[in-house]
Ligand binder design. Structure first.
Ligand code: ADP
Ligand code: MG
Length: 243
């Protein structure tokens, strides 16, 4: 008689991200992540901090399934990412929003089109696009800028467009890799406050940042990486001085 496999109970309540003993090595150099254990619940706001080269972007790329782990176990939103079939990856990514330091907007398209593009990819109807794009642009404070091209916008405005694009498909998880890295302090705060607001509306938000002042002020969970190892993981944490 076949033995029924027991289902593993989730390690934390409402777990949406589970990394268990995850290591990631590139073909060259020391492993970028070593034996990482990270559990994130639905609706959390988590900062990922650490020196340059500590493995933050590698972690984000593993969560997006842009990279695969070398060993361990990774599950995001119920998808076992070391086993997921290639044809299922687009459906998986549909539930993720992503924002980068360098905005990555379509330079020849205006604000409206940059955001609408994300909806067209998932085959939203024109009627829905006409409703959703203005509503998200109003949330990020760009209601008057539909026609502007990226080069006509400030860095802060460009990052708001990128944020609107990441949010318009209502992702379950928003990942941001140094979203304020190219912004002045005022715009950095405004973007972080928007991320907080998005989190308060139910989205799980994970933010990689070097912004010590903001991390210390916001009193969120802080995961600190050093040379590929999680050296601390604290609720209402602060920025750990490495110097
Ligand atoms: P962070 O985002 O914290 O600056 P990364 O995750 O980008 O760190 O990099 C972690 C380590 O992995 C670094 O030592 C980096 O040089 C290395 N690394 C990153 N990407 C690659 C790659 N594509 N090939 C080889 N090594 C890489
Ligand atoms: Mg990085």
């Amino acid at each position: 008689m076949a033995v029924k496999k027991k289902r593993k109970a989730p390690a934390v309540e409402n777990e949406i991200i589970n990394l268990t003993n995850v290591s990631k090595a590139y073909s060259t150099g020391a492993p970028a992540l070593k034996d990482v254990n990270l559990h994130i619940s639905r609706g959390e706001f988590v900062f990922i901090v650490g020196d340059s080269g500590s493995g933050k972007s590698t972690l984000i790329k593993l969560l997006l399934r842009e990279l695969t782990i070398s060993s361990g176990y990774i599950n995001v939103m119920g998808y076992d990412l070391s086993k997921i079939k290639h044809r299922k990856i687009p459906k998986f990514r549909r539930n993720l929003g992503i924002v980068f330091q360098d905005f990555r907007l379509l330079k020849d398209r205006n604000v409206y089109e940059n955001v609408a593009f994300a909806q067209r990819i998932i085959q939203k109807s024109n009627k829905e696009i006409k409703k959703n794009v203005p509503s998200i642009l109003a949330i990020v404070g760009l209601a008057g800028k539909y026609k502007a091209k990226p080069r006509q916008l400030s860095g802060g405005e460009q990052q708001r467009v990128a944020l609107a694009r990441a949010l318009v498909n209502q992702p379950t998880i928003l990942l941001a890799d140094e979203p304020t890295g190219n912004l002045d302090p005022k715009n950095s705060w405004e973007i972080m406050k928007l991320l907080e607001q998005i989190n308060e509306n139910g989205t799980t938000v994970i933010v990689v940042t070097h912004n010590r002042e903001i991390v210390n002020a916001m009193q969120k969970r802080v995961v600190t990486l050093r040379r590929g190892v999680i050296i601390s993981d604290e609720e209402k944490g602060g920025y750990i001085d490495e110097d």
